[in-house]
Structures are given as C-alpha cells and as structure tokens.
Ligand binder design. Structure first.
Ligand code: MN
Length: 283
C-alpha cells in the first residue's frame, strides 16, 4: 500500500499549507492529495519545489464539492440550470489539468443537484434506485466526455459516493458501479471513502469487492472523520477486502485534524493502519 493525506485536512492548521509537507515526510507518508481549488502559478511552483525537496509525490487532486465552500456549492453536475452544469464542467477540466501537471493519478467527482431537488427526511428515507437513475441519467454523456478529457492528461476520473446527508444521488458502491458501467470508459472509476461507507453500505468488504477492478482510490477516516483508530470503524475488514481484490493503489487519509493534536493523530493513524496491514500481509 501507498499512503497519502488530503491537503484540505490542513486548511485550519498551516498557513501556508506547504508547511504540512516536512511534517508528512517525517511521519513517512508517501504522497499528498492536492486540494482542488484555483492556485496561482507562483504558489503551484512553490508547492512543487517543496514537494520535490521532501521527496513526496502527489496521489491526486481532491474535488471540492457541496458545502465545503460557497464556490463548491455552485459545482452541480446534476443541475437543471445549464450554466450551473457548465460551471461544474469547467471546474472538472481545470482540476484534471492541475492533476496532470502535478503528476497525480486521479481526480474525484461527486454528484450534486440544485438545493430543494429532493425534500426527504434522510434520517428515515432514501431515494429509490429509479429516482436516483432518473436524476443521474442526464449527466452520463458529460461524465463520459470528462473521462475522455482526463485520459489525455493521464488522469483517472473517479466517482465518489457520499452519504445521504451530503448528497443522495450516488451513495453506495452499487450506485457508483451502475453509473460506471453506463459511462463505460477505462479512465472512469470509483473512489470509496470509509466515512461515507459506514453510513451507507451493508458491509465494507462487500462494497469493496463489488467495486473490484474499478476501485482506483480510497479515502480513509474513522466514523467521526478523525484518523483511523480514533473511533470504532472496523479497518481490519476494510484492509482484508482491499487485499482480496489485490488493491495496490493509494490509501489517502482524509481526516478532520485539530491544531493541538494533528501531529499525534497523523502519527498514530498511519501506524494503526500499517499495523493491521502487516498482520494481514504476513498472516
Ligand atoms: Mn472523501
């Protein structure tokens, strides 16, 4: 396995964000997942220089979708407003280019629609497969053309299912697989995130095995979005399933970190996962 951390986890901790890089190198991370926001070419050059100096790689670029910022909220691939879809499309193409430029392997899309599209109490209800399909159907040709665009940059475009409280149109590995099979492009695949899986999947292992060869990236966080080992997710079954499908790509930690405890969290979290991984590898 190779280990990476999302740079977005450091937004509240480091200014500039590049100050996170020496820390990550010291803690034996292999790579960082760059943040999918506009950067000046000066900042980007600076980032690349510091990255190279610390012998770190870029695993990919994290798509900033939904409520993470007001800008992110306008990136709606499922909008009924054509200009909103166009806005999301431009965002994806820019991030693909950024990812290619940084030598990253993947960029993730999440499917958001206009607010008020569905008015369900998601604590008790979910959308039916038919309702999901109806809303997602229109975006298939766009996803296909974006996947093709990504291919030209040596980047994979990955669909990340989120939990129902974030966006209810693609929540499980089965939802993502259905969309993937319809898009049907070798440069289009799946990213699974243990935080969302914990809410939506019947089982970690069944979801991972279902995604199978289309699983190209993993986000790891515990059930409370802290580093793995902080709470009660069963990372042994996650890692066993990854071994079963011969997954050898990045495990990218995507935790909430706090200024006072980030160092120990990052240190203990990777040690916890590497510990489980080595028992599986030798057992
Ligand atoms: Mn994620």
């Amino acid at each position: 396995m190779k280990y990476s951390v999302t740079m977005s986890s450091f937004k509240e901790i480091f200014e500039p964000l590049t100050d996170a890089l020496p820390v990550l190198k010291r803690l034996n991370y292999d790579a960082v997942e760059f943040i999918g926001e506009d950067q000046s070419s000066r900042d980007l050059n600076n980032f690349t220089e510091i990255l190279v100096a610390h012998d770190l790689k870029v695993s990919g670029v994290t798509g900033m979708w939904g409520n993470v910022s007001s800008k992110a909220g306008t990136r709606r691939l499922l909008s009924l407003d054509g200009s909103m879809v166009e806005n999301a499309k431009r965002y994806v193409t820019r991030c693909i280019e950024l990812c290619g430029q940084l030598g990253g392997q993947q960029f993730n899309v999440c499917l958001f629609a206009d607010p008020g599209t569905t008015m369900l109490d998601f604590s008790h209800r979910v959308l039916s497969q038919r309702q999901k399909l109806k809303l997602v159907e229109k975006s298939i040709p766009l996803l296909r053309s974006l996947a093709n665009y990504a291919k030209d940059y040596g980047v994979l475009l990955l669909l990340e299912p989120l939990n129902r409280y974030a966006t209810p149109y693609c929540c499980t590995a089965a939802d993502a697989l259905r969309i993937c099979n319809t898009v049907d492009q070798p440069s289009f695949g799946i990213l699974l995130d243990t935080f969302h899986m914990n809410i939506e999947e019947d089982s970690f292992s069944r979801a991972i095995e279902l995604a199978g060869v289309l699983l190209f990236h993993m986000h790891f966080a515990d059930n409370n979005r802290k580093m793995p080992g902080s709470a009660h997710l069963d990372f042994t079954s996650v890692l066993k399933a990854l071994h079963n499908i011969k997954y050898q790509r990045y495990i990218s930690f995507e935790p909430n970190l706090e200024r006072r405890s980030y160092y120990n969290s990052l240190k203990e979290g990777i040690a916890y996962i590497k510990g489980i991984d080595s028992t599986i590898s030798t057992g």
